[in-house]
Write a protein that binds this ligand. Sequence first.
Ligand SMILES: Cc1cc2nc3c(=O)[nH]c(=O)nc-3n(C[C@H](O)[C@H](O)[C@H](O)COP(=O)(O)OP(=O)(O)OC[C@H]3O[C@@H](n4cnc5c(N)ncnc54)[C@H](O)[C@@H]3O)c2cc1C
Length: 364
Amino acid sequence: MAGQNQTQVIVVGGGIIGAALALYLTRAGAVVRVVEVGQGAATQASFGWINASFYVDEAHHLLRAEAMRAWARLVASLPLDLTTCGALIWDGTEAALQRRYQTLRGHGYLVEWQTADVVAARVPALGQVPEAALWCPTEAVIDGAAAADVMLRAACAAGAQVLRGLSVMALQRAGGRVTGVRTEAGVLEADHVVICAGTGSPALLKGIGALPMAARPALILRSAAQPPLATPVLATPQGDVRQLPGGELLMPAAINHQADDAESLPDSLEAAAAEGLARLQQLFPRQTIRLAEMTVAARPYPADGLPVIGAVAPGASVAVMHSGITLAALTAECLSAEILGHPAPIDTKMLTPYRPQRFSDSTA
Ligand SMILES: Cc1cc2nc3c(=O)[nH]c(=O)nc-3n(C[C@H](O)[C@H](O)[C@H](O)COP(=O)(O)OP(=O)(O)OC[C@H]3O[C@@H](n4cnc5c(N)ncnc54)[C@H](O)[C@@H]3O)c2cc1C
């Protein structure tokens, strides 16, 4: 039973963003219910690379760098399987890498220039060793689905509830504010609703705010287990690859997957998977690599490619983004503080470019 002064919050969606919000809100004293219709769609399929070496502009880089620190703050208080394995990047020309190196250093980011001999020593299984690569030692990986599960369990242990298999059909409104959600099993009332429903979010915002999204479907490949081949994330001309603790190689089929702007899946998934597997094989030519699993997922991708975080109406907020694995802990820290009127751990001016109001001129 909620205490008299406890804020009641409904979180719609139990992917990495909803799970992180549920955790932070509960820890901060709110009474939280998470409504989740399925199973963390994008989070389940994610590559799970936490980084600030990919970004749109300087503000976005700084946000991602702060997001990496937010993960460090979170793992200090919750046993999450986050591995700071570093990332080795050589997915562009040497001149482009050099520019990226200088820019990242200019932003104060921890990055090193590595020559072929150092790269070869770091990843001896490589077939073709690049002349040079960037080494980002603080970048990390996490299994998004497992992390969401741990966060939801921790939230539940602290008093939250998860309602699974239930779809939120619309927001409930009264007196100019959002007062809860309508589900197929009736209305759930709350002081505040946070929409973290990934690609399902725009439908829920109809009538209160526009959230234009780009179609960004993705295919991700998982090989059968291999002997140890690579500890860091590898961002290569053949694709982005990482090795899971069980030995499987994980690779989004699109090269440079974070920047991939394809609006539809390839005509033949099998052909795309075979082509991706051939690139993986090219990277590690001494191995025999077999495809074990492929997963298709729609990525939640706001139309301008940037996160959407903040209040949308009295009683309602939204948090929808790509790179949600990187940004989850920071989003939850800041948005939970805003919702409950608590001081945020960082200067939330950092969120100004990502407020939902930037789309208010678009048609809902
Ligand atoms: C192949 C791939 C690779 C990626 N790689 C990276 C990466 O390396 N690094 C990175 O930072 N990010 C990466 N991303 C992006 C990242 O995974 C997503 O940004 C993040 O998982 C989004 O989390 P979410 O909780 O917002 O959405 P989701 O995980 O999609 O969760 C939303 C949840 O809301 C539920 N839902 C929807 N509508 C309703 C409704 N009406 N009622 C109730 N529940 C509802 C859904 O069932 C779902 O579980 C990648 C994504 C993909 C697909």
